[in-house]
Design a protein around this ligand. Sequence first.
Ligand code: IVH
Length: 690
Amino acid sequence: MKNIEEMSIDEVKAELAYLAQEIAKSDNAYYQNDDPYLSDAEYDRLKHRNTELEEKFPELVRQDSPSKRVGATVKSAFSKVSHRFPMLSLGDVFSFEEVADFVMSVKRYLNTAEEIPFMSEPKIDGLSFSARYENRQFVQGATRGDGIIGEDITENLKTLQQLPLKLPADAPDILEVRGEVYMSKADFLALNARQEKEHKKLFANPRNAAAGSLRQLDAKITAQRNLSIFAYTWGEVSERQWESQAEFFNHLQKWGFPTNPNNTLCQSFADIEQSFKKLMDIRASLPYDIDGVVYKVNSIALQERLGFLTRTPRWAIAHKFPAEQALTTIKDIRIQVGRTGALTPVADLEPINVGGVIVSHATLHNEDEIKRKDFRIGDTVVVQRAGDVIPQLVGVIKEKRPAEAKEFVFPTICPICGAHAIREEDEAVRRCTGGLSCPAQAKERLVHFVSRDAFDIVGLGDKIIEDFFAEGILQNPSDIFTLEKRNGGDDLFSSVSGLHLEKREGWGSKSVDNLFKSIQARRKISLPRFIYALGIRQVGIATARLIAQHYGKFRPFMDDMKNKETGGIVSIDGIGAAMATDMVEFFQEPHNLNIIEKLLQYVEVEEFVDNAKKDTPLSGKTVVFTGTLQQMTRNEAKAKALACGAKVSGSVSAKTDYVIVGADAGSKLKTAQELGVKILSEDEFLDMTK
Ligand code: IVH
């Protein structure tokens, strides 16, 4: 390494370029592929050298400098940003008639009969951002928030490779560029595959994935996710150099912002119609989700004359696509059996492309749903994807029902193990009574056992468990702890040959080593995790923790349950008689006891030490979660609440202190409102856990 004092400017420039490239490559290998090729020390040395050179030559700091890319510190909350110009939303329409009305109203307002040019832009299904530049340097990034106040995501936006951090000399002194952050369909699928492998939360659709990835307090996580942007509008600007939306796009491109290649200037209503139809046609083949088309009056002078309604401009509108639907036929209906024995009917469909995703099956939920919607084998049905990857069956086209269409008879016997499947009064689901002698339940129980909040064994994904189960390699949880021993095996004196997992397709000695390490690490396990891992019906992590708190050790809990001593457990606030019955039943089953005893030969269950924080706003409070949380899984949220000394309950009552609502909250939110229970957003909840 050269002494800085002796270096020429060109040499410094060249070295900074090399460092930027090398560090980015290493970041990529580390974050994207989990496969670092530089040692930590080597990586730190490069970073250090970069800082050293930049400190000496601040004028040579590159736009893509590693010192700017990754958020260095982990923040505890986003600070708020007041938008100097509000970030507006758009009015929605769903038909050409309504678009025609909109165009008419624009003309009427402007008092003109002439054609007005409109810019037609795909409506990207992501989340909007605002990027502020002062003296051509990126200084602040914000989310839309409520349009008036957003969140400061400066560090997160800096990690997006497509966002320029420095603008060319001809850009205005002050400029806020706004647009959409999104995740491509391919990156979304890859992220979910990774999440699944690591037993982490799956995202419902690319938009949720983009939001979850951008709004990360630790910007390093954002950096690991492939997020993209399209720029399409502006906020504050010191000197507007453009007279139209089309000209603005030209400037954006010149300054290095990605703009959508399908933005089209429309001179007439016919052009608008054509642009919509074209986007509708190519929608499925686009690498990212769009949910409609935005039309904007092209001329800024006209936009200014038109002005705004309360929250939306008079000069723009969103023409939304209908939910993506397609027709296909039900080839068959089959039953899946879950961990707790629930029989779920699934329709096998003639594979069909619904908005770019091939759908070949869909859940029918339960037997009542099949009756209510009258689904029969052979029926033509409407399949829909409404933003989500999970398809729904909307209904049957009765006119297309063939004569041989067959009604589905819901089994009263488990199709996997042959045990009776019974449906309790006022339950929607029918359950197999076979317990662990039912292979389907045994397999699902293994999946649960290794899951993130249970034993958290990395490297045993669902598919692997399925294969291992089918091949007899894993039958019950304790088998996991003998894997390593069974893997080597074949010595001269042994008649059994080793499993040699490293020779399996897709495996290698490294992944096998990692798996064994992960298993070894779990030979000691906390009491709540252990209880949760057993997969007792109704016992989630919050309940497992309550039990742990009450008993402190595993054996006394097991003994009580074996002896049907429920007095202690029902005295715990939050555990009712029905739950206690499930627990007792679980411990009456000899097979379960057998599994537990075997497990205890290999694992040490730690005594429970209550280290919940005692002095948080949540201590002693009863909280209920409802709806889909965006920033963490439900289990993570529960764990956070518990760690703050809160009690987590599944239902809202007058005793509930707080209801934390995520997206699409349903009846619990309603009950909370009726009872006057305090409602918290996810952010407010997170603030209280600090
Ligand atoms: S323009 C006043 N253009 O749609 C201008 N918005 O419903 C306001 N969106 O919050 C936005 N693609 O998140 C505009 N080409 C596009 C867009 C777009 C997606 C989103 C944006 C906005 C929402 C409005």
